[in-house]
Unconditional design. Structure first.
Length: 308
């Protein structure tokens, strides 16, 4: 059952909280404005900070269908929007020829009927849905090529797609559009101007701890505090890929599964591959460096507890 969109920033915060997404007020404000004014929301930030999750939470909490377009290099209209079912069209032509007396003009018009249209994610998102306008997630747009960006301009400006054989396909109710980018390349200004923009940064230590309370409620409090402190130290280092929030959550789950109540050199050594995804980064941290960071964060946490 579809729910009404939130009417205020506070209601948007509550909506995200109902979907177990811990957001700050600035993100809730950007999302509220995008929903209220019917504009796409362009979310940019490092991988693993929770951009894609926002679309999933909206779909779940609003009771709307989630339509996801996962972008990649070489993505084109036939994969993202529509294509004709050529096999069925050929069968239709052969049947008409076998029946004899086929009118070529009528046949050409008939085989480009909607019955032979294969609808891909963007065209699906423009269709009316009794549950309400769907959530269209265009994920990792920076992986695509510039020609595909140019095509999206029509979709994001007018919420329509023009099919030469059928004409404009216009959404009666515009979908909720969430676009994400990991900023591996710059997205053209023309596309950004059609969206509201928000940079999703790594959370503060306090907010990341709140995220763990929601996403890993069974984790011991001391373990969660140590994990957050350890991860925040790693984010200050010169690593090929520092861990995101998703890796923090995965690491806590892994440590709980291994029955660790707190971090130890052994626990870090055995599970570092859950947190870091490149061998050079693992080699830089494991052993002495991991122990040094662990001792440092334990001292910092003990000092903070004494002051409190």
């Amino acid at each position: 059952m579809a729910l009404e969109q939130p009417k205020s920033v506070d209601a948007t915060l509550e909506l995200l909280g109902a979907g177990k997404y811990v957001a700050d007020r600035s993100l809730a404000t950007a999302l509220h404005l995008a929903l209220s004014l019917g504009r796409p929301l362009f979310l940019e930030g490092e991988a693993g900070v929770g951009k894609t999750e926002i679309a999933k939470v909206l779909s779940e909490t609003l009771g709307r269908k989630l339509i996801r377009l996962q972008c990649y290099e070489g993505l084109d209209v036939s994969s993202a929007v529509y294509e004709w079912n050529y096999a069925r069209q050929m069968v239709e032509i052969r049947l008409a020829e076998a029946a004899g007396g086929a009118d070529r003009d009528a046949l050409a018009k008939d085989i480009f009927d909607e019955r032979f249209l294969i609808k891909r994610p963007i065209l699906q998102a423009l269709e009316a849905d009794e549950a309400g306008a769907p959530v269209l997630l265009i994920d990792e747009l920076d992986r695509t090529d510039e020609p595909f960006e140019a095509f999206l301009l029509e979709v994001l400006s007018d919420f329509q797609v023009t099919i030469p054989e059928l004409g404009p396909q216009i959404a009666k109710t515009p979908p909720i559009v969430i676009i994400t980018s990991n900023r591996t390349r710059e997205i053209h200004d023309a596309l950004k101007r059609r969206c509201f923009y928000y940079w999703v940064d790594y959370p503060s230590a306090a907010r990341e701890l709140e995220i763990l309370k929601v996403k890993a409620p069974d984790a011991p409090a001391e373990l969660s505090r140590q994990v957050v402190a350890f991860v925040h130290h790693l984010r200050k280092l010169d690593l090929f890929k520092v861990p995101g929030v998703a890796e923090t959550i995965d690491w806590v789950h892994a440590l709980v599964q291994l029955d660790h109540l707190a971090l130890s050199p052994e626990a870090i050594e055995n599970s570092l591959g859950v947190l870091l995804k490149y061998q050079d980064d693992i080699a830089k941290i494991q052993g002495h460096e991991a122990t040094r960071i662990l001792n440092q964060i334990k001292a910092e946490l003990a000092g903070a507890a004494a002051v409190a």
